[in-house]
Ligand binder design. Sequence first.
Ligand code: ADP
Ligand code: MG
Length: 225
Amino acid sequence: YMRRVDHQDTLKVVGQLAAGIAHEIRNPMTSLKGFIQLLEPNLKDHQKMYFEVINSELKRIETIMTEFLMLAKPKNTVFEKINLTRVLADTVDMMKPQAILHDVDIKFNARQSEHLTFGDANRLKQVFINLIKNALEAMPDKGEIFVSVETSGNQHLISVKDNGCGIPEEKLNKLNEPFFTTKVNGTGLGLPVSLKIIEEHQGTVNVISRLYEGTEFKIGLPLME
Ligand code: ADP
Ligand code: MG
């Protein structure tokens, strides 16, 4: 057989390779983490700082690996009938302690008590967590986050809105680029992973942002038939 190898094939192979490597890195990481813990009780004072650095860098590698694996090799999604009002309410409750630390108030408003769709609740939660985290990080001192869901036409519309730093116009088209980040400790994987999850749900993502005023992410998801 003759077969043209196109760009898509190359991307697929690179993705599989990267996922394979990421997976292989996780095992030695686990043993590093385990053995480093054993050293802790015997550390001299001046070594404690080294220990903290090693630990936080290990954590960082782990975060990148987890998010990267989600992007390169997504787990099989479990689609079922879910209530977006419930999923969003749970997510908002979960994020409240972090918001309080930032002096941020999260307001949640659902038009109806039920907004049914066909989807994977855990993966959608991951999306909402990513968006709320970004909103928090855009408001280091204080601010407000508005989360809402309503049904409009043939879709559910979810909005996550903040009055934070905003995104400069020339950066808007970089948001779906893996590893694009403006943060010292960012991974640049939160939004690409979120976009992928929404795509798997046949949904849409739109962003409206004004520099120094705030940002709104709008997600459209299909209605449950
Ligand atoms: P990370 O949060 O690790 O940087 P993301 O993919 O979640 O990676 O976001 C990429 C970039 O998009 C962020 O570094 C930031 O510059 C910008 N961004 C995303 N959400 C917001 C927001 N709500 N307000 C301002 N900037 C944002
Ligand atoms: Mg993020």
